[in-house]
Write a protein that binds this ligand. Sequence first.
Ligand SMILES: [Zn+2]
Length: 386
Amino acid sequence: MNFSKLEMLAQKLIKQPSVYPRNNSCHEIIIDYLQKLNFNIELMQFDDTFNIWAYHGDKKQQQQHTLLFLGHTDVVDPGNLQSWNYPPFSGIIHDNALHGRGAVDMKGALAAMLVASDNFINTHPNYQGRLAFLITSDEEGTGINGTTKVVESLTIRNEHIDYCIVGEPSSQHQIGDVIKNGRRGSLIGKLTIYGSQGHVAYPQFSKNPIHLVIPTLSEFLNTTWDQDKNIFFPPTTMQITNIYTNNNVNNNIIPHTITLDFNFRFNNKSSIEDIKKCIKKILEYHSLTYNIDWKLSAEPYFSNPGKLTNVVVNAIKYYQKLEPCLETTGGTSDGRFIAKMGAEVIELGARNHTIHKVNEYIDLADLKLLSSIYQKIIEDLLLYRQ
Ligand SMILES: [Zn+2]
């Protein structure tokens, strides 16, 4: 069987076991590909993290635009290797599907973007505007030295991005049925409630923090965290992720403390301060002695639908004969950093049914379709039409 350039590139990337924080040769493969297309390429390294910033074409006039493709080469751990039908970094093509960790999130989409750009540049060498890539190797990890650092550098240089396509796997049942223009933020909390330790046979001489926390817990679960209905976002939610005491000795001790770990996913209408105030009010109402540590892990973002959204919707309609749903669901994405630069952002990628799971794969037909849709988006944005 003869494999296409697209399949071979996706396969080559999957064969790199670039589980965060490793990147293996992913950046070399991508740089090599972009070099052949005459991109201006900059490898931006922050500590051990490799990021690629590259652009092609130029922007001579105000009405010419920069379209950025945003992606990442790092993948999550494959987990139990015995559970995989094919080794996760073999990039095996079987039954018209490409198998391996990262096939969907998001080496398949990366290959689709690169090949779409390649086809576009070769077909329309005199297009107007700029085609750019920002590819990090720290999206699945801490994100400290990834897209955020590159955006800081680009902002200092007054780089302007008009439109950004993020290759995160947005699709559900068919390519393009769901696209995203925002994500909720993530706020982490660690709450410790203090009681007083004692013998279980003499509860009158101690204060059991487990008993104290129960009514508070049910109040947390019954609280509505949003003040107003938000038509663009799912509601702000709280999930308790862990509860533990300092008692790991035996069962005749009333513990001194109980700790709760929790995570808020909050939309753009919820303020962090309001969430914190609300938690404080509940704790004070129950007269608890407590300590709470907060950590903001991501701000929410929302990108107002404009020209890019229209172009993406039309490209999907052209190939798929369906109207995509515009959503803001799912975890956080690096799209938030590009939205901060003032760009219109749309996330469009592979079907997400196998992301971060064992036996991740992408159908070859999906891979090809994604690349065709990306190419049409580039054409519709960067070809000057009379
Ligand atoms: Zn991803």
